[in-house]
Design a binder for this molecule. Structure first.
Ligand code: ZN
Ligand code: ZN
Length: 281
């Protein structure tokens, strides 16, 4: 584990992460109390302090970017700028990145905000926020929901700003037909293979996160999707989706299991580009 100050890390070429064979401890999907669903203890400063204490290599923030009727876009953008200046003024021994979790609203449609996008150093895209009123939830069988989910994968993959496809098949379960194992069972695997090719072309990574890993009975079969993705040469991304400090703690404790299960090495894992301080994305 490298624990260099931010400045040195940012000046190093990405290959420096490959100096040993292990995957650095990262969370590339992390919320702060800027997200409405995060807990009050999850402030930007507290999360960074926690990551430093627990030996994180990279902590990347991806607060929810919802439609303008739901959140105040200029205020959100302003808070991200504050996070960036705090980061740029500090010399933390953890790499901190500021991004956003954008969402697919319906097949072919993204929730977009240029002002926020311009600030983001990377993006996570949620294809399956079916639990919120402004996101389309299509289908009455597992097969129909799964087909819709793949439409949303495709929408995310075709959006030019997407870096990471978040929590595949493990949006919040609203109905029996959203059950991840059932959806996976009913999925057209040929179409998944075609989408892996598109993801490779676009350089988009598929996220591995606790929503499936901690709930094997409900969602364990999503490991088959990750295996298929890796076998097809796609990249994966590691994100805790932490909304509390406790989740960041559990993620650090259980990270090794995930690395081991999928036999991950740095070459299979997407890591954010190295950012020059003071520069936009
Ligand atoms: Zn999400
Ligand atoms: Zn999230």
């Amino acid at each position: 584990m490298q624990n260099k100050p931010n400045e040195n890390i940012n000046d190093s070429p990405p290959t420096s992460l490959n100096s040993d064979a292990s995957v650095p401890l990262v969370s590339l999907h992390t919320h702060t109390d800027l997200s409405r669903c995060a807990k009050p203890d999850m402030t930007f400063e507290a999360a960074v302090a926690f990551a430093i204490e627990h030996g994180y290599h990279t902590l990347a923030f991806s607060d929810h970017v919802h439609p303008a009727e739901i959140i105040d876009w200029p205020a959100h953008a302003q808070r991200l700028r504050q996070y960036k200046s705090l980061r740029d003024e500090a010399n933390w021994p953890v790499r901190v990145l500021i991004g956003g979790e954008f969402e697919v609203q319906s097949k072919g449609a993204m929730v977009e905000c240029d002002e926020i996008l311009e600030i983001c150093e990377y993006t996570v895209v949620a294809p399956n926020h079916y639990h919120v009123a402004w996101v389309d939830c299509v289908g009455t069988t597992c097969a129909e929901v799964a087909a819709h989910e793949l439409d949303c994968f495709e929408t995310a993959l075709n959006w030019p700003h997407t870096n990471i496809l978040a929590h595949p098949y493990v949006g919040k379960i609203q109905k029996p037909e959203h059950e991840p194992n059932g959806m996976w069972e009913a999925t057209d695997k040929g179409r998944v293979k075609a989408l892996i090719e598109l993801a490779k072309e676009r350089g988009v990574a598929l996220e591995i996160q606790p929503a499936f890993w901690y709930h094997p009975k409900r969602a364990g079969r999503i490991a088959e999707l990750i295996d298929l993705w890796l076998d097809g040469g796609g990249l994966v991304s590691l994100g805790s989706d932490a909304h509390t400090l406790a989740t960041l703690h559990i993620w650090a404790e259980r990270y090794g299991e995930i690395i081991e299960r999928f036999n991950l090495c740095p070459e299979k894992v997407w890591l954010p580009p190295f950012i020059d301080k003071g520069k936009k994305r």
